[in-house]
Design a protein around this ligand. Structure first.
Ligand code: FES
Ligand SMILES: [Fe+2]
Length: 386
């Protein structure tokens, strides 16, 4: 199945399109084929609003961080006017990456021939050369469109994309309960996972695996119910579920009662569990009663995903004298749970490497996986002519 016209032919997906209880998952090549992946980069990641960071990760003027978003190198930098900007991380001379990792700088200097850029992207100096044809004002770094919502920063490579506020719909009203404007990102751990990014998204929305994969960890916490909403049921580009349980989902069972006081001002259902909105295409949020965390899924190819787990606490929690000691209990939870998930999605990726088609099945606990697969199809495959 290497021929592109054949790979994307709508007839292959008729059973994915059925109602959830009768439907099949995406065919295996949607997780393994380079041609499929290349089209995802073009049609999904280059069109979407991609989450990139929280403003607390670059708090000071001159702070910068770099990311490759589905292969596109991007710089995020806080200017001397306190404004956060995003640029393509590509020198206007001959294209070298300018910065890598993260840090603080007065100017962004290219490592190759030392052209340097101000923090607002304008070209500052060109050492050694005094050529008339080099007009500095025409050689600023190319900006990437960036918008913020409650401290969360998103970028898009599509100049025609709708505003972030309409992309997110009413999600900001939901997460406002947790006060994300006052969040501080205190830790970011990166895992290289040998699996397709969609398997990670699906796993996060599949509650069926919890009693098995997290048998001695997450599953020890009693869950009393779940509510699910697909992207068709929400008014934004996100899929969400809410899990009702006692205690904090940010702590393992043995650490319950040894965490931080609850976020201030939580009301109603937000006091009774954890809210998991997953912004399409590839960012998985979790807000519980006393902490929050985000999985950034950054695809590197059909069979490799960089998964970054970031931890968030409120400014008040971070200011406590016992912050570091108590935060370790939340970090431990992530350090144990994430490898459990990594293990199964890697085994799933291996099991999907097939030379023949073999249709799978969804169950009633995987309706959000079905919704996600259909959203992917909406972006990837032309509708079948009536
Ligand atoms: S490529 Fe950046 S200065 Fe030459
Ligand atoms: Fe899991």
């Amino acid at each position: 199945m290497n021929n592109a016209a054949e790979l994307f032919h709508p007839s292959h997906f008729a059973k994915v399109r059925l109602p959830a209880y009768e439907a099949e998952p995406l065919p295996h090549w949607a997780y393994t084929s380079q041609a499929w992946y290349d089209r995802e980069v073009e049609r999904i990641f280059h069109k979407a609003w991609n989450y990139i960071a929280h403003k607390s990760q670059i708090p000071n003027q001159g702070d910068y961080m770099t990311r490759d978003i589905a292969g596109v190198p991007v710089i995020l930098v806080r200017g001397k006017d306190d404004e956060v900007r995003a640029f393509y991380n590509s020198c206007r001379h001959r294209g070298s990456k300018i910065l890598w990792d993260e840090g603080n700088c007065n100017r962004m200097r290219c490592p190759y021939h030392s052209w340097s850029y101000e923090l607002d992207g304008s070209l500052g100096t060109i050492p050694l050369i005094d050529d008339d044809h080099l007009v500095k004002s025409e050689l600023s770094l190319h900006a990437v469109r960036l918008e913020e919502m409650n401290g969360f920063l998103f970028i898009t490579f599509d100049a025609g994309a709708e505003p972030l506020s309409s992309y997110l719909g009413s999600l900001p009203k939901e997460w406002a309960a947790y006060g994300p404007d006052d969040f501080v990102c205190t830790r970011r751990v990166v895992h290289q996972v040998k699996a397709n990014w969609k398997l990670y998204f699906e796993n996060f929305n599949d509650s069926l695996h919890v009693p098995f994969v997290h048998r001695s960890t997450l599953a020890r916490q009693k869950v009393s119910g779940r509510q699910r909403a697909s992207h068709v049921e929400t008014d934004g580009r996100y899929i969400a579920h809410f899990t009702h349980h006692e205690g904090s989902r940010g702590l393992l069972e043995e650490d319950q009662g040894r965490g931080f006081p609850l976020f201030e001002g939580l009301e109603g259902r937000y006091l009774t569990g954890t809210y998991y909105p997953c912004i399409l295409p590839a960012t998985l949020f979790a807000f519980t009663i006393d902490s929050a965390w985000v999985y950034e899924l950054n695809p590197k190819g059909p069979g490799l995903t960089e998964v970054a787990l970031t931890s968030f606490f409120s400014k008040d929690q971070v200011a406590r004298p016992d912050f570091e000691e108590v935060a370790q209990r939340y970090y431990r939870r992530g350090d144990i749970i994430v490898p459990e998930d990594n293990f199964v999605v890697e085994r799933q990726q291996e099991g999907l490497s097939l030379p023949v088609g073999m249709s799978g099945k969804f169950t009633s606990m995987e309706t959000l996986c079905h919704a996600f697969d259909n959203w992917v199809l909406d972006q990837m495959v032309e509708p079948q002519p009536a």
